[in-house]
Design a protein around this ligand. Structure first.
Ligand SMILES: [Zn+2]
Length: 322
């Protein structure tokens, strides 16, 4: 919760004690609520009303069971002052070591990618019981076009112009879209977990793939895609923990290269006009040992479970368990 304060002059008032503030949180129309603060004007203490500004998530959590609002804290910065209401919830979750011993344990593995933002596979009793794909809905292409425009403008003006207005707007647009799809993807991941109470959420430890070569706009786009991955990862963990689902980061070694069925090293290929074209950029996976063929991201997602349970020989053994 934030309040706009321009006039407020505060002299070292980090904690608000009962009697120095009132806030009617249970009013019907919260959009018009205000906070009453006892303020020192220079001569005397006065009660002053300040309008409040807050987001709907705060309201959502307040209505939900299990969340408690703690005593408010006044936070001062250069722009003004804000009152922070820390909301807390006690979570009871099993330790990973204990969960791992449970024979009925459900694991939800997530593979984060660029075009398929998240590929989730749900596994129980050694079998994949459900798969969910979250597409980026063309976000990557869309963002690439914007970045191309930005780099073109910079090229025309000779050097990057930092304060240029239209570029700022474009950047804001790109940032907003990234944040939005990060929240949506994280929500989808948590919704998948919600169906299996007591499950464990598995992520690959994120590797920063260095954007090199190619054009400047492509490098920028890769960088944005990496940031989006990080955001999805962080938000999904937070949202999952709120429903008592613990997440684990597993070793990402080999998840995209090896066969999820037999553990042999596989090949990547794509179909172009009905012809198999081998190459690392291919979205399909082929195993030369057991002739297993599938979507490469699906294969990687299945391998995340193997990495968690340490099932194949390609798993480095010297790793400490999580
Ligand atoms: Zn195989």
């Amino acid at each position: 919760m934030t309040i706009n304060v321009n006039r407020l002059r505060c002299y070292d008032l980090p904690t608000l004690y009962a009697g120095t503030y009132t806030l009617e949180l249970d009013e019907l129309d919260l959009r018009k609520s205000f906070v009453r603060l006892k303020v020192y004007t220079g001569q005397q203490w006065e009660w002053v009303h300040y309008p409040t500004r807050y987001n709907r998530y705060f309201e959502h959590r307040r209505a939900e069971e299990g969340w408690e609002t703690e005593s408010p804290k006044l936070v001062l910065n250069k722009q003004g002052a804000a009152i922070h209401f820390l909301q807390t919830k006690t979570i009871r979750a099993q330790k990973i070591v204990e969960s791992k011993r449970d024979p009925d344990l459900v694991t939800v593995a997530v593979d984060l990618n660029v075009k398929q933002l998240a590929v989730m596979t749900v596994r129980q009793h050694g079998k994949i019981v459900a798969t969910h794909f979250v597409s980026d809905q063309g976000l990557d292409q869309h963002r690439y076009r914007h970045l191309k425009r930005i780099t073109k403008k910079q090229w025309q003006s000779g050097r990057p112009v930092k304060g240029e207005r239209s570029n700022q707007q474009l950047w804001r647009h790109i940032r907003c879209q990234n944040t939005d799809s990060a929240h949506k993807t994280a929500r989808a991941i948590v919704e998948a977990c919600e169906q299996y109470p007591g499950c464990v959420l598995l992520f690959e430890r994120l590797r920063a793939i260095k954007p090199k070569g190619e054009s400047r706009s492509r490098r920028l786009n890769r960088k944005q895609a990496n940031q989006l991955k990080g955001k999805i990862n962080q938000l999904a963990k937070e949202k999952a923990y709120a429903i008592a689902v613990v997440s684990v980061e597993v070793n990402p070694h080999g998840t995209s290269q090896y066969c999820a069925r037999c553990g042999a090293k596989g090949l990547r290929f794509s179909l172009q006009a009905g012809q198999r074209v081998q190459g690392l950029g291919g979205k399909l996976f082929f195993c030369p040992m057991c002739h297993y063929e599938c979507h490469a991201d699906f294969n990687a997602s299945c391998n995340v479970h193997h990495s968690f349970f340490r099932e194949f020989h390609w798993q480095p053994l010297a790793q400490k368990s999580g």
